[in-house]
Ligand binder design. Structure first.
Ligand SMILES: C[S@@+](CC[C@H](N)C(=O)[O-])C[C@H]1O[C@@H](n2cnc3c(N)ncnc32)[C@H](O)[C@@H]1O
Length: 255
């Protein structure tokens, strides 16, 4: 009989995050709770918040100015941002500007970013940043959707949260992200917990049967059905992904 070896906990890979903002205190609540808190505690994540005003040199710590050509609002000046990024950038760093004009954030981008070792976020406000910041400093402009929020802080937090939950060691039970919505191109199946019957609605019997294969079949079926009804656009992608996988495995088998 072979003694089963104790399972070694997966080593947490570490991600360094630098956030440049005029409102560093906005991040405190998010960083001090749940997965983001745990990821920092177990060394998977290190977050450094920087006040953009610390990179100014005038008495009023000015970060913005009026737009050339006129028009409403103010624009973030380039000098403090260039100084901040120059002092923070490493060879591995990816500099991200949350922007409604960026590529639309999704699970694939979250996965890509979760493999990075250093991300720097520039959080803008008002009418955004001087265009030379985008041209010279920014590697990726990311939008959280086709609407406008007041500043880059909330979009940065959305991106950070979804990236950190994909870091090995961050979430504790990694299976939770494997079956999650979007991870396999589908939305997640319906979930239930106790009580069995609530307001006359009963948990499907198969989920209480203890038959793991039947449960897996039910979940797959309902993930597909839910994706078809809620997000048919994903279904097309999932079908294409499935077709590509089948094609690849058929070719491998043919060699
Ligand atoms: C009021 S918005 C500026 C919008 C800009 N005038 C425009 O029309 O594109 C201020 C900042 O919030 C952030 N922001 C707003 N909406 C966003 C979105 N959907 N995704 C990512 N960042 C966003 C960006 O950093 C933006 O520069």
């Amino acid at each position: 009989m072979t003694a089963s070896r104790p399972r070694r906990p997966r080593k947490a890979s570490s991600l360094r995050l630098d956030v440049v903002t005029i409102f560093p205190e906005m991040f405190a609540g998010v960083l001090r709770h749940s997965i983001l808190k745990r990821a920092q505690a177990n060394g998977a994540l290190a977050v450094h918040l920087h006040n953009l005003r610390d990179f100014t040199h005038d008495k009023r710590r000015t970060v913005d100015d009026r737009p050339y050509g006129g028009g409403p609002g103010m624009v973030f000046k380039p000098e403090p941002i260039f100084e901040a990024i120059d002092s923070l950038r490493t060879a591995e760093a990816t500099v991200i500007l949350p922007s409604p004009q960026g590529e639309r954030f999704n699970f694939r981008i979250a996965q890509e970013l979760s493999k990075a070792s250093h991300l720097i976020f520039i959080c803008a406000r008002y009418e955004g940043v001087d265009e030379r910041v985008c041209e010279e400093l920014v590697d990726r402009e990311i939008s959280i959707g086709d609407y406008v929020v007041t500043g880059g802080e909330l979009p940065a937090m959305v991106v950070i949260d979804s990236v950190v939950r994909l870091l090995p060691g961050a979430i504790g039970h990694e299976a939770a992200t494997v079956e999650e919505s979007f991870s396999n191109g589908l939305l997640e199946y319906p979930q239930y917990t106790r009580p069995v019957t609530f307001l006359g609605m009963t948990v499907p019997a198969v989920l209480r049967s203890g038959d793991h294969q039947a449960v897996a079949r039910w979940r797959k079926l309902h993930a597909v059905a839910r994706t078809m009804s809620h997000r048919p656009d994903l279904m097309t992608q999932a079908t294409q992904q499935q077709a590509r996988r089948t094609h690849r495995s058929t070719r491998r088998g043919g060699r």
